[in-house]
Design a protein around this ligand. Structure first.
Ligand code: KIV
Ligand code: ZN
Length: 511
């Protein structure tokens, strides 16, 4: 399809390599389902040979996700490739994505191999992938700093060995858009049999150019883009899926390409990711940030009232940010709740709906109107969490500004199914809470980050707390949401402790 752009989403692989963006199996599975709803063509579910946890996650996603091809990443080594195939083979149209560095710098210092040896490794590796499937992608890591004619030999070797997708990454975000487009065009025009492969690009954002380089490469002949939700990924991140998709849609007449992204699912997808990794979307982030459709100045507001197109190049509805006219509150029934979730793109099994419905009722007792973001936070709290070793039951906290009376906290929680309780003091109420929980679980950690964010406006808004804990060599992020910010804080802290244990059992999930 000459005029079609395939979206290859790597949020679960490159995105997860972003510090603090670790996800548990349940969360990865939920996100993979949402990516399929969003209409991505390929989901890169992980790097199976990197850890037993990653292998299990890719295998489970491959088994349970329908509506998108499932890819696994693999170094160009026999044992990695075999492991990758083992994980993805049950998926829909499974893909092996193998890679090897091709720049002089990487070949000499990272691989310590001669260019001819690298060509041989590519030939042998890709051939092994092709012995399993014809859905093979080869990436020339650090392509943008590779020598052009050598890159053409690399691509020719990979195509001859059976690769059907050739990916040219700007691994360190070094290329300038025109320069990168020229490289893509050169490789396509100067590689024998380049018409046998689809060309793809994968741009990092170190100079803030990932989306620009991706779009320039499309005009030079790339027909697959590798992107992530909210642009998360190694270092400064990857090209953002929502920005590339909306550029192609809003400027369709300019680009002239079709794609399968259901743009109304963009905001729900980005928001789901932000809740899973516990990082709020930057306020001024294009397409999905809080301010992306806010018009503050009088002149702009006046223009908007006269004709929206004066200052709005796309509608909030087009990216899934429409406010619903159906209000969920205390008196809403099960069907209203179910249909509200369905219109947000969240399908719940009957048992899940029961759990969420109870939680909706409880929250509606404290908060008059529940917004979509409150409902998403509830689903995250109630459904996507893994069964945990530590479970919070009750907290009670006393603040104080009297000199001799320090803030105090009392906590009841389950540790390995056994009820435990404790009480203690701290410099402030959050400190008191965290001290007591740390005492109960008998574990010292370092609190690296504590952030609080109000989900939706009003004094009755849900407080969303994110904490980052360091314990030994691992760092884990935890999240908690509740109208009482101290309860949300305790939940986030306990959630981070549970994640830390899981990470430690998977050797920090490091690739
Ligand atoms: O940035 C990069 O080069 C990569 C490859 C593994 C595709 O992530
Ligand atoms: Zn990358």
């Amino acid at each position: 399809m000459q005029n079609h752009i395939a979206f290859f989403d790597t949020t679960l692989r490159d995105g997860e390599q972003s510090p603090g963006a670790t996800m548990n199996l349940q969360e990865k599975l939920a996100l993979a389902g949402q990516l399929a709803e969003l209409g991505v063509d390929v989901i890169e579910a992980g790097f199976p040979a990197s850890s037993p946890g990653d292998f299990e996650a890719v295998k489970t996603i491959a088994a349970r996700t329908r509506g998108a091809q499932i890819a696994g990443l693999s170094r160009c080594l026999e044992e990695d490739i075999d492991r990758c195939w083992e994980a993805v083979k049950v998926g829909e149209d499974p893909r092996i994505h193998t890679f090897l560095s091709t720049s002089p710098l990487h070949m000499e210092h990272k691989l310590r191999r001669k260019p001819e040896d690298v060509l041989k490794m590519i030939e042998v590796g890709v051939r092994r992938c092709a012995s399993y499937t014809d859905n093979v992608e080869f990436s020339a890591e650090d392509a943008s700093r590779s020598e052009r004619d050598f890159l053409c030999r690399v691509v020719e070797t990979a195509i001859k060995a059976g690769a059907r997708v050739i990916n040219l990454p700007d691994t360190v975000g070094y290329a300038q858009p025109e320069e990168f487009a020229a490289l893509v065009r050169y490789v396509i025009e100067n590689t024998p049999q380049s018409d046998k492969a689809v060309f793809s690009v994968h741009c990092h954002d170190d100079l803030g150019l990932a989306v620009a380089s991706t779009l320039a490469a499309i005009r030079a002949g790339a027909r697959q883009v590798e992107v992530t939700l909210n642009g998360i990924g190694e270092r400064a991140g990857n090209a953002s899926l929502e920005e590339v998709a909306m550029a192609l849609s809003v400027r369709k007449a300019y680009y002239g390409f079709t794609h399968n992204i259901v743009t109304e699912q963009l905001y729900p997808s980005c928001r789901m990711l932000s809740m899973i990794i516990g990082r709020p979307i930057q306020e001024h982030k294009a397409i999905v940030g809080e301010n992306a459709f806010a018009h503050e100045s009088g002149v702009h507001q006046d223009g908007m009232l006269k004709n929206r197109e004066t200052y709005e190049i796309m509608t909030p509805q087009a990216v899934g940010r429409a406010e619903s006219s159906l209000v969920i509150g205390k008196h809403s029934g099960r069907n209203a709740v179910r249909s509200r979730f369905e219109s947000m793109g969240i399908k719940l099994e009957e048992a899940e709906l029961n759990v969420v419905f109870e939680a909706v009722k409880k929250l509606a007792d404290r908060k008059k109107i529940l917004h979509d973001d409150d409902l998403r936070a509830l689903v995250h709290e109630e459904i996507y969490r893994m069964p945990d070793r530590y479970r919070l039951r009750h907290v009670s906290v006393q603040s104080s500004d009297a000199g001799g009376v320090p803030p105090t906290a009392a906590v009841i929680m389950d540790v390995d199914g056994q009820e435990k309780s404790g009480a203690g003091f701290g410099a402030g109420p959050v400190d008191a809470l965290f001290n007591v929980i740390a005492d109960i679980v008998g574990r010292e950690t370092e609190l690296e980050q504590y952030a609080i964010n109000a989900i939706t406006g009003g004094t009755d808004a849900l407080g969303e707390v994110t904490v980052r804990l360091k314990g030994g060599a691992c760092t884990a992020v935890g999240r908690g949401a509740h109208p009482d910010i101290l309860v949300a804080s305790a939940r986030a802290y306990v959630n981070a402790l549970n994640s830390l244990i899981k990470l430690e059992s998977e050797k920090c999930g490091n690739n």
